[in-house]
Design a protein around this ligand. Sequence first.
Ligand code: CP3
Length: 342
Amino acid sequence: MKSIFLDTLNNKKISRPPVWFMRQAGRILPSYQKLKSKHSFSEMMNDPDLAAQVTLLPIKDLGVDAAILFSDILIVPEALGMGLEFTNKGPLFDNPLTKYELPSKELKKDTTKLSHVYDNISKVLETRDANTPLIGFCGGPLTTFCFMFRGNVRDTTFHDAIKFLYSNPKESMKILDALVDVSLEYVRNQAKSGIECFQLFETYSGLIPEKMYRDKILPLSKKILNEARECGLPTIFFPKNFGNGLNYINKDVCDYVSIDWQMDLEHARNIVDNEVGIQGNIDPRILFSSYSEIQEYLSSLIPFGQKNNDWIINLGHGFLPDIDYKKARFVVEWIKETNWNR
Ligand code: CP3
């Protein structure tokens, strides 16, 4: 495969940084919205033809350098027996764990619930253009744990989950271990099915102190990432709002770390171990600005891109639904046309 994305991950020197976007497979694309008017989100995730089609839409519509599998991080709790519905307001479990004194006893592992994902991967490989690499993913342990306790989609503080984590540490660890157990099998099977890179989305790492994340959760995230690496995959870790906790990220954890929009890119480069590459970190809201302001912002990234060959351009968090996809396409075109002085 001829891929600027995989070449960067493999430490080859290339003329420009590769680019893809978190949440590129849904949300902002008119082509996705059109499909969404005919099929529900779950329907699209469960049908290999539709899932493969949505996965590949951003390659055509935006021109990005990699595809990310169309799926969701919350299907892992489904494989632990939790009923999940994607409502208009967001995802909701029918029996959130906060209802139970000993939630770990409610979890019933059934990993056959993940098998549609492997069929979807096969379909993507069958239908993609030969030079389109595919990224697989899974949710970070803390992020997935948080959603499993949430009974109200409006709660973005995940109060119940964090309260449980502090008040029932031993029981929390049992739930986290169950999540890791399923995630390891999930990653292995995604690898066997043919993904070329693996990203772990730990969107809510910032809900607890950096040191607490390092001591209690990072070893679990590392297990999942190391499993992917043992399957021969390059790994990307996205610990959003981890702040100076990025100090703890080294080659033993992952190959690349994805930086959120809050942190200055140069500062991130300074505190992350030199052996780990950087992904990120365009503030998605920049795409609400005018084309000339976006261009000015992008130009300010050239010195970073010139110095750092181990950099993948991405957002500092996923697209917001009301972003104009033409602006995202403009970003990709600009990156491809610019002389990065390498
Ligand atoms: O990047 C991609 O587009 C690939 C697919 C993907 C989805 N979700 C599709 C999706 C990925 C990688 C995710 C990850 C995910 N899901 C995360 C981590 C990354 C992040 O953005 O923080 C989280 C926390 C979730 C949980 C989740 N799923 C929420 C909170 C929601 C509702 C809000 C929203 O994002 O729209 C979802 C639903 C969801 N997942 C949709 C899509 C395309 C929207 C479904 C729809 O179209 O109605």
